[in-house]
Design a protein around this ligand. Sequence first.
Ligand code: ADP
Ligand code: MG
Length: 643
Amino acid sequence: MSVEQREFQAEVKQLLDLMIHSLYSNKEVFLRELISNASDAIDKVRFEGVTKPELLPSGEFEIQLRADPEARTLSVSDNGIGMNRDDVVTNLGTLAKSGTGEFLAKLKEAGTQGDAPELIGQFGVGFYAAFMVADQISVLTRKAGEAEGVLWKSDGGGAYSLEEAERDGAGTTVTLHLKPSDAEDGLEDFTDEWVLRQTVKKYSDFVAYPIRLEVVRPPGEDTDAEEKEEPSNEPLNSMKAIWTRPESEVEEAEYNEFYKHISHDFSEPLLRVLSKMEGNFEARSLLYIPSKAPFDLYHREMAHKGIQLYVRRVFIMDECKDLVPDYLRFVRGVVDAEDVTLNVSREMLQQDRQIQAIRKYLVKKVLDELKTLKKDEEEKYLSFWAEFGPVVKEGLLVWDEKNKDRILDLVLARSTHDESKLTSLAEYVERMNDDQEDIYYMVGTSYDALKNSPHLEAFKEKGIEVLLFADPVDEVWLQQMPPQFKEKNFKSAGRGEVDLDKGEEGEEKDEPESKKDQEQFGDLISALGSALEASAKEVRLSKRLTSSPACLVLEEGQLSPQLEAMLRQAGQDVPENKPILEINAEHPLLAKLQEIFEADANDPRVVTYAELLFGQAQLAEGGQLADPAAFSKKLADVMLEAL
Ligand code: ADP
Ligand code: MG
């Protein structure tokens, strides 16, 4: 039988290198990972077995640990789904998760700065964690329903070997040849019964299948050992469904380990939500919010891991996406329902009335808990918002009136009121001037570009607060489908006409002045308009500028340049979408231009200045020039002339 040698994918090599040089001090977690994989594998065969009973093992589901202190080996065996050759190559030779490359780049950078262990924790290295404690690993596995087994071996260097192999029954046995133990380096003796018991209890007590331990004793010891201890077949784990136990009896550490087991996360969760749904439908749920966004949160297809579904304590499926909407895709946990049909298929699940009811309940529950967190634990909430805020705001794009208000309650934003901190919408509304009708906001590509935006000048001068939004999703919920908040409309400070004097005492007081400006500059403005015909929809005098000479404005509902670019990139036809150029009548530049224009209406400088004004307005809002080279040249010419 031939043995095939293969190279690991480059990313795996890098990761293994990092693991072996042991950045991660908590090495015992390797056992949790192997048990977790065994448990996942049993879950899978159990799910498949609903429709294909021939795949199920003949005996009871179980996870078997076998330690041999003499040989210094430890194996973890399961009778789960197993793997065939292709599965092994994909699962144990590559890192399939999208975004892995970016992650490793970050890790490399962090390696030099000592943040690497934390990053490893965020990434979750799973199976490869075993190379922290082993210098040689073999995996003997056979896929349920297939006759051939396969043996995978590696020492964690650049390569692994593959060969055909016999295995009794389907399942997987991972055998580690352990490195010498080294207490100082967190490397305990993982062939020691006591160490193994402790580790399983600590990390895997709730695993739903029995985890049994067999310690191989050297032949000579047999006679004594018989007296001392009958080899016991008792599982090391209690297997109790943690969500059914009274909260007061479960230690926080147990909840945290359960979270790590189901989420494949290595860090502690930020928030835990245990709840019981009563009434027509009954269900219990134990949900968690991670403390860090998974690195693939925005890789859509990967990120919505969903929630585990149980029915009456029996595991039904992993990654049930129907239990929470996409905008809560970072929520992890289990739901244990009373009445869902046990053999319901994934496709039918969505229509199941109980699933729909549970989903509705969970969404409300999670949003309410977040609201409480926001009220009671500001610090934690801020970190939640920093990690997941942009995802939560995606919830404002779905048609769900009831929860829209709940989500708006959770929104935090930068504001011109206090640059040093985030504000809630409710706080904004409380601070609104008596005569202010709308909630003013600006959307842009970065907070820094926004806070100095010329569009805000008049707002700042008049003491009107503007919210500043810079996440890509803000663009869409605020401009394409603006909701109301406490019966107030959202109004963009950068769009349409603003008239901040409206409603103030001497109502029309600004009127004569702007009329005067209009009369004075009217002809010049139309000349600028014709000069810019190709790029601006209109040139007009501004009511929002006080110190900058000009700015670009969009009409309400008009596509922003960013969104326009996105649509074009997606191959969509975008109708002509020119901005309006607003000019500040108070700026000395305009008076000078007027002089030139009055002396000679055809002075070519009028056109040049119009183009420069337009270009610098584009730059001021962080936009891109259509022809940067032409702009620079014009600018240089003008500078030269002025010198
Ligand atoms: P994760 O569990 O997060 O997917 P791992 O690195 O722990 O990542 O495992 C990688 C993959 O290898 C698993 O997704 C699974 O497909 C496969 N695998 C690992 N252990 C087993 C096992 N005991 N039985 C079957 N498949 C396994
Ligand atoms: Mg795993």
